[in-house]
Design a binder for this molecule. Structure first.
Ligand SMILES: [Zn+2]
Length: 157
């Protein structure tokens, strides 16, 4: 039985939701796509973007382009307080749970975007978490945004 359903989401148009309780560490869905060589990602204008949402770096030779309708995992939204992460082994990628997830909860992971002042407004985050910084930016860079907006919810780690 699948561990997820595709449903309408409050974060974006659609999202993936837990169809049953999921335990921390469980693999939920494979992130599938087409293998492309680094040479191609460097020369193909499709990938001429600092923040390719669907492009994953597998190793020094291969990337994985998940920008295909048959890759259901691409519907998973970003959250500033995610319950999943992307895990890789060899040329395979999986979405797995980083905490216990209750049936009905939306699945999310940190898209890992770097911080870029220039196009920040194209990456508004609507995850609704308490610690949401308002933008889709990877966790280690969020303090820059909090600083910019003088939000003092930065935790000292
Ligand atoms: Zn957020």
């Amino acid at each position: 039985m699948k561990l997820y359903n595709v449903k309408k989401s409050n974060i974006d148009k659609r999202g993936l939701y837990a169809s049953k309780n999921i335990k921390v560490g469980e693999k939920i869905i494979e992130y599938v796509g087409k293998l492309i060589s680094k040479k191609e990602t460097e020369s193909n204008p499709k990938f001429d973007n600092e923040r390719d949402i669907y492009l994953f770096n597998l190793n020094e030779k291969w990337d994985l382009d998940g920008d295909y309708h048959w890759n259901t995992a691409r519907l998973i939204n970003h959250s500033c307080n995610p319950n999943c992460e992307v895990e890789g082994k060899g040329l395979k990628l999986w979405i797995s749970a980083i905490k216990d997830i209750k049936k009905g909860e939306e699945l999310s992971y940190d898209y890992g975007f770097s911080y870029s002042k220039e196009d920040l407004d194209n990456f508004i985050c609507k995850c609704g978490s308490e610690n949401c910084c308002g933008y889709i930016v990877r966790e280690p860079s969020r303090w820059r945004i909090n600083k910019r907006f003088k939000i003092s919810n930065r935790t000292n780690k």
